[in-house]
Ligand binder design. Structure first.
Ligand code: FEO
Length: 169
């Protein structure tokens, strides 16, 4: 595997674990706010991010490439309202999309077709992640200021259940 592609894939393990940590922090925020449905939604989001990290980890292992685990930064955002948390979620997903695109571009440059094929799942996944984050913001903007509607939105998010990723390595 070409050195830069290897470096970026290895970095992405850390970025995905950070995403898990960030969303667990979001979950923690909503737990404190008494919105257990939102807390559930982000806790499941954190589980998905951990899965993403493990997919990058497994891919490198399968390719007989060295994995180096680095320290995961502390989530340090302080929020003053619920909507800001959701907006930070969308911003973070857009950042992750840019990271995936960067790895894809690096793989494309050196004709690493196997890595490109591996990343295809993530390209699609990022589209879904951004849509979900967008939808949450829209719903919060529409219903968040009315306590009864917020209660129902919270109930809706409480129903989210974890499903394992469709990509198996
Ligand atoms: Fe692993 Fe939400 O991107």
């Amino acid at each position: 595997m070409q050195a830069n592609v290897h470096k970026l894939l290895n970095q992405q393990i850390n970025k995905e674990f950070y995403s898990a940590y960030l969303y667990l922090d979001f979950s923690n925020y909503f737990e404190d706010a008494g919105l257990d449905g939102f807390a559930n939604w982000y806790k499941i989001q954190a589980q998905e991010e951990r899965d993403h990290a493990m997919l990058f980890y497994q891919y490198l292992q399968n390719e007989n490439q060295k994995v180096t685990l680095e320290a995961i930064p502390k989530p340090d955002k302080v929020f003053t309202c619920h909507l800001d948390v959701l907006k930070a979620g969308l911003e973070h997903e857009e950042y992750v999309t840019a990271l995936i695109n960067e790895i894809y571009a690096a793989a494309y440059e050196v004709k690493d077709f196997r890595t490109m094929q591996f990343l295809d799942w993530f390209v699609k996944e990022q589209g879904e992640e951004e849509t979900n984050a967008h939808d949450l913001i829209t719903k919060m903007e529409l219903f968040g200021s009315d306590p009864k509607s917020l209660y129902m939105l919270n109930q809706e998010l409480a129903a989210r259940v974890y499903t394992a990723p469709s990509l198996v390595l």
